[in-house]
Design a protein around this ligand. Structure first.
Ligand code: 5RP
Length: 232
């Protein structure tokens, strides 16, 4: 971490966000390298006596949290979540709309975010953009059956579509057993409209545009961690 400024910032913001968790809370645990620092810091707080239950957004985060002794639960016991803390691939200045899912967990992440009273995003400054789509493609989770038709439709909407593959060159398969199409739209003028249009395609399970879900973003930069609030 000491040689890698981005990793140091992710660690700093993950640790800062861990301080937001209070005794008795139900907490959505995000996925990704920034969220890993959060989970590690929460594991240390549990050792010091903090009591909360986590609802993980991926099997990877579930395993990490379990290994650290964090109590886990599901929606059967807790259909409502007090606070979710998760990373992002892009954060739009002002609206705090997000692109998420480069880590492949967007469906669970969106379900957890939708069930949460509050969502705090943790990111380093490189994720802040004027327009979503500037750097990141929009990941779209689709059913394996008919994915080619979904891909064709997304192409007609103006995206350059790349089916995601794993390190071995096989299709990347999500925790939900689906595929991901990474859709490069370029800078997106109207993210809420695009989210609706993508979700209207039959075969699309979810997309990585998160509209109006983040209340607060903790952003780590060279000067430390600053807080962005939606609309401010
Ligand atoms: C996973 C995600 C991650 O939150 C996002 O990819 C950010 O990851 P990282 O913290 O590793 O930069 O959406 O599906």
């Amino acid at each position: 971490v000491s040689d890698d400024p981005a990793a140091a910032q992710k660690k700093q913001v993950g640790e800062a966000a861990a301080q937001l968790v209070e005794n008795g809370m139900v907490v959505g645990l995000g996925t990704g390298s920034t969220a890993n620092y959060l989970i590690d810091a929460l594991g240390r707080r549990v050792q010091e006596g903090l009591r909360f239950v986590g609802i993980p957004t991926s099997s990877r985060s579930e395993q990490r949290a379990r290994d650290l002794g964090i109590a886990l639960a599901g929606f059967a016991e807790h259909p409502e979540i007090d606070l979710t803390i998760d990373g992002a691939d892009e954060v739009e200045r002002g609206t705090l709309n997000l692109v998420k899912g480069l880590g492949g967990a967007l469906l669970r992440e969106k379900i957890v975010a939708a069930a949460s009273r509050r969502m705090v995003v943790i990111a380093d400054e490189s994720k802040l953009v004027d327009r979503l789509g500037q750097h990141a493609p929009v990941p779209v989770e689709v059913t394996p059956f008919g994915w080619e038709a979904s891909s064709h439709r997304l192409g007609q909407m103006g995206a350059r579509v790349h089916p995601r593959r794993d390190a071995q060159g096989s299709f990347f398969v999500t925790d939900g057993g689906n595929l991901i199409l990474d859709c490069a739209f370029g800078p997106i003028e109207d993210p809420p409209q695009l989210e609706r249009a993508i979700r209207d395609i039959v075969g699309v399970v979810e997309c990585g545009l998160f509209i109006g879900r983040a209340d607060t973003v903790l952003l780590a930069g060279e000067g430390g961690v600053r807080t962005l609030r939606r609309g401010a």
